[in-house]
Design a protein. Structure first.
Length: 269
């Protein structure tokens, strides 16, 4: 079974959502695979930050393609890449940006509407789907709508607006619906019951655990920026201590042994 088929099937388990602790580099992808992750996915913000750029569709597309190659090389499980809004406004330019990403051997992408009109993302999805098909790739396109995250409409209109966009994106060729910022269980049920697409939520302290989300028909749960923000915080904390105090003892705090890390990558060869 090829990687795209495996990845699609991972969205069909009614007993447990596909859990993706999003990473931003090949080493992190290999670590997650070693922990039993059935697939790995990137966080656009974490990727941008790791390359010295802010989140928000400004990362050079060539770096995204390079990352896709590195992650696919590092793991045996399916890989999904968050491509933000495709790093361009026009569908033709988005296709050119994503051709090398798809060619790297990935199974899926996330692509978002942000504050733009739904018609813009619709055209991008159609163009990407056509390109991937021409390349012989059954690419899983996870359409992210920012209705909740960006507070695009009044609260009472959010469910209907999300479902309206879901219909549009599905007709364009989307395979999944990502609704970051959605945490209300009543509204989750309305959305999962109102669309034929597997619904993806982003981790939040306001969400129940995975088993409860499965009962709400949620099929995918993503960490989003969660891990990357914690890692940046810890680097800042430890590095500040070292810079100010020259305290070498901090490097014994919760450190993964060198040999264990080496083994992780040696085993992948």
């Amino acid at each position: 079974m090829n990687q795209t088929r495996i990845f699609r099937d991972l969205h069909s388990n009614p007993a447990r959502p596909l859990i993706l602790p999003n990473i931003w580099d090949a080493g992190g992808a290999r670590l997650l695979e070693s922990l039993g992750a059935p697939a790995v996915a990137t966080t656009s913000a974490g990727v941008a930050w790791s390359h010295g750029y802010p989140d928000g569709n400004v990362l050079p597309a060539r770096l995204q393609a390079q990352l896709a190659e590195e992650v696919v090389r590092a793991v045996k499980v399916p890989v999904s890449i968050d491509v933000e809004a495709g790093y361009a406004d026009e569908p033709a330019a988005v296709v050119e940006n994503l051709k090398p990403v798809v060619a790297a051997g990935i199974a899926g992408i996330n692509i978002e509407d942000g504050t733009g009109a739904p018609a813009v993302l619709t055209r991008k999805i159609e163009a990407i789907k056509k390109m991937a098909s021409a390349e012989g790739v059954d690419l899983f396109i996870n359409a992210r709508t920012d209705v909740y995250l960006q507070d695009l409409v009044a609260d009472e209109a959010k469910v209907n607006e999300t479902l309206s966009r879901a219909v549009t994106y599905q007709k364009a060729g989307a395979d999944g619906l990502f609704v970051p910022g959605l945490t209300d269980t009543t509204e989750i049920v309305k959305i999962t019951q109102g669309t034929g697409l597997p619904v993806n939520l982003m981790a939040s302290p306001d969400l129940p655990k995975a088993d409860a989300l499965a009962r709400l028909n949620v099929r995918r749960l993503s960490a989003g920026t969660g891990l990357s923000k914690i890692v940046f915080h810890e680097i800042a904390r430890l590095a500040a201590n070292f810079l100010q105090e020259g305290n070498c003892g901090i490097f014994a705090e919760n450190a993964m042994p060198f040999a264990e890390i080496q083994k992780l990558f040696a085993e992948r060869k």
